[in-house]
Write a protein of this length. Structure first.
Length: 276
C-alpha cells in the first residue's frame, strides 16, 4: 500500500502541473490533442526499449483509449460552458467516487469503514470547491466527464493487472489515446486548430505531454498495488495542488473557501490512508 500511496501522490503533483499548463491554452480541445500526441511521441522510443504489455492487456488499452475521447470532449465542453473552478472539481469528484464504488461492485475490491469515510469526505471537499452560477450545459458535461473518469479508471485498473508491467501499460495507453484522439479530431476537422496551437505553444505542450504520460503511468502502476478507489481518491489531491499552483503562478485568489475545502480534503485523505 505504501508504494501505491507514493505513486498516487506523485501522480497528483504531475497531474496538477500539466493541468496548469493546459489551463492557459485558448483552444483546450486542440491543446489536449496536441499534448497527447507529443506525449505519445515520447512514449514510442521508451516502448521500443522496455517492450509492449502482455496481450491480455490489449483489449483494455483499446477500451480505455476510446473512453479517453469522451473524457477530453466532455472536459473541454464543460470548460467552454462554465468556469474551470466549477467543472474541474465536479468532474474529478464524480470520477473518484464512481471509481471507488465500481471497484467494490465490479472488481470485488474492499475498503474498510474508515477509508470509506475518507472517500466521502474527499468527495464532499471537491463539491465544496465548486463555483456558483454554473449553466446546465456545464453541469451536464462535467458529470459526463466524471463518468468517463470513473470508467477509464476501472478499465485501466484491470488492464494494468493483465499487462505484466504498469509502465508498459501506461506508455502504450498514451500512444493508443493519441490515435483515438487523432481520429476524433480529424473527424471534427480540428487538425488546423491543433497544428496552430502546437506551433504557438510547443514549449508548453511538449513538457505537459511528458508530465501527462508520467503521471498516468504512475497511476496505473499504483493500481497494481492497491484498490482502484484508494488510488483514484488519493490522486484527487491534485485539486488542492492545482489551487496552490494557481495561487503561486497565476496569481489566483486562494480565499477562505478554498482553504477550508482543502483542509477538509486533507482530513479525508488522512482517513483514507490511515485506515487502509
Amino acid at each position: 500500500m505504501a508504494t501505491a500511496t507514493v505513486l498516487a501522490l506523485g501522480a497528483a503533483l504531475l497531474h496538477a502541473t500539466w493541468n496548469l499548463i493546459l489551463k492557459v491554452s485558448d483552444e483546450r480541445d486542440a491543446a489536449f490533442w496536441g499534448q497527447w500526441l507529443l506525449g505519445a511521441a515520447v512514449a514510442v522510443p521508451v516502448l521500443l526499449v522496455i517492450g509492449l504489455p502482455d496481450r491480455g492487456a490489449w483489449p483494455f488499452l483499446a477500451t480505455s483509449a476510446t473512453i479517453q475521447v469522451l473524457y477530453v470532449t466532455g472536459l473541454a465542453r464543460a470548460y467552454a460552458h462554465g468556469d474551470f473552478s466549477f467543472a474541474y472539481p465536479l468532474a474529478r469528484g464524480t470520477g473518484a467516487l464512481l471509481a471507488a464504488l465500481g471497484g467494490t461492485v465490479l472488481l470485488d475490491e474492499h475498503l474498510g469503514l474508515v477509508p470509506w469515510v475518507g472517500v466521502a469526505v474527499v468527495a464532499g471537499s471537491l463539491l465544496m470547491l465548486m463555483g456558483r452560477g454554473a449553466s446546465r450545459a456545464s453541469l451536464t458535461w462535467a458529470l459526463v466527464t466524471g463518468v468517463a473518469i470513473g470508467a477509464y479508471s476501472l478499465v485501466d485498473a484491470q488492464g494494468s493487472r493483465h499487462a505484466g508491467s504498469g509502465v508498459a501499460y501506461g506508455f502504450s495507453l498514451q500512444i493508443c489515446t493519441g490515435i483515438t484522439l487523432s481520429v476524433a479530431g480529424l473527424a471534427r476537422h480540428r487538425q488546423r486548430a491543433m497544428v496552430r496551437v502546437v506551433r504557438s505553444s510547443f514549449w508548453r505542450l511538449f513538457p505537459a505531454g511528458i508530465l501527462l504520460v508520467l503521471s498516468y503511468t504512475m497511476v496505473v502502476t499504483a493500481f497494481r498495488h492497491a484498490p482502484v478507489g484508494y488510488v483514484s481518491v488519493l490522486r484527487e489531491s491534485s485539486v488542492v495542488i492545482a489551487a496552490l499552483l494557481g495561487w503561486l503562478f497565476l496569481h489566483e485568489r486562494l480565499g477562505r473557501h478554498r482553504l477550508v475545502s482543502s483542509l477538509v480534503m486533507i482530513a479525508g485523505l488522512v482517513l483514507l490512508v490511515g485506515g487502509s
